[in-house]
Design a binder for this molecule. Structure first.
Ligand code: ADP
Length: 249
């Protein structure tokens, strides 16, 4: 797929495609999905060069999920060097500010911080840059969708109707700025009992099907949480069990 963009959008130097991972609300597994998607794309053959931009500046979780810390070094032309783990170049506000200090910024400040994290970073060369969006569909999310030449968006939801309503809003936002929604991930779609293998649709069944989009499902699995917390994304630490299923809509 080629990079695309509206006329006012400036491409990011050395980056072929930008894919954003968005959700209507926090806690649905957006960052977990972004990280594992990045690692899965990087593991494709032929090999793709992949990076992750943590645009969730209020609650950056990429440093923890990718087991990275420390301040980025500067290049000779004053760009920030991304930090690298599992072969993925990462940039996050979490590398630049103290983890415990709350970020109290207005939308414009957030947008200019994200612009810097995007454009003043030595990303090149990258085939795919995965953007972990801030949750929601407010001004900041709209600005990102408008200002960055996005190849497409992936929406993450849980099966509950309330989360689905949020994802519908997200899809409408991307449609408004002509960014294709490439698919919806229904996370925590089913719980598989680790003892007996019994499956339970804790949050209801096939909620995301109502969205008439290409759907991927990820089960609610204790290992996803444990491995994420340890900075070992499941796609690299347990690749066989991490394969999301998909279903016809
Ligand atoms: P968001 O980015 O939407 O706020 P996160 O990706 O940070 O959400 O996930 C929130 C929490 O849920 C994390 O503790 C994560 O490990 C856990 N989690 C996400 N997906 C799953 C899953 N499929 N099974 C179990 N835990 C999950």
């Amino acid at each position: 797929m080629m990079a695309r963009g509206l006329p006012k959008q400036r491409p990011i130097e050395g980056v072929q495609n930008v894919l954003c991972v968005a959700s209507g609300k926090g806690g649905v597994g957006k960052s977990t999905t972004a990280v594992n998607l990045a690692l899965a794309i990087a593991a494709e053959k032929p090999k793709y060069k992949v990076g992750i931009l943590d645009a969730d500046v209020y609650g950056p979780s990429i440093p923890k999920l990718m087991n990275l810390s420390g301040e980025p070094a500067l290049t000779a032309d004053d760009k920030m060097e991304p930090l690298i783990n599992y072969g993925i170049k990462c940039m996050s506000m979490g590398f630049l500010v103290d983890e415990k200090s709350a970020i109290v910024w207005r939308g414009l400040m957030v947008m200019s911080a994200i612009e810097r994290l995007l454009r003043q970073v030595a990303w090149a060369p990258l085939d795919w840059l995965i953007v972990d969006m801030p949750p929601g569909t407010g001004d900041v999310q709209l600005s990102i969708a408008q200002n960055i030449p996005l190849t497409g968006a992936v929406l993450v939801t849980t099966p509950q109707d309330i989360a689905l309503a949020d994802v519908r809003r997200g899809a409408a936002m991307f449609q408004k700025v002509q960014v294709p929604v490439l698919g919806v991930i229904e996370n925590m779609s089913v719980f598989v009992c680790p003892n007996c293998g019994h499956t339970e649709h804790i949050f209801g069944q096939m909620g995301a099907k109502k969205l008439s989009q290409e759907i991927g499902e990820i089960p609610l699995d204790r290992r996803v949480c444990e491995l994420s917390d340890a900075g070992q994304p499941i796609v690299v630490s347990d690749p066989l069990s991490s394969q999301a299923s998909s279903c016809e809509t």
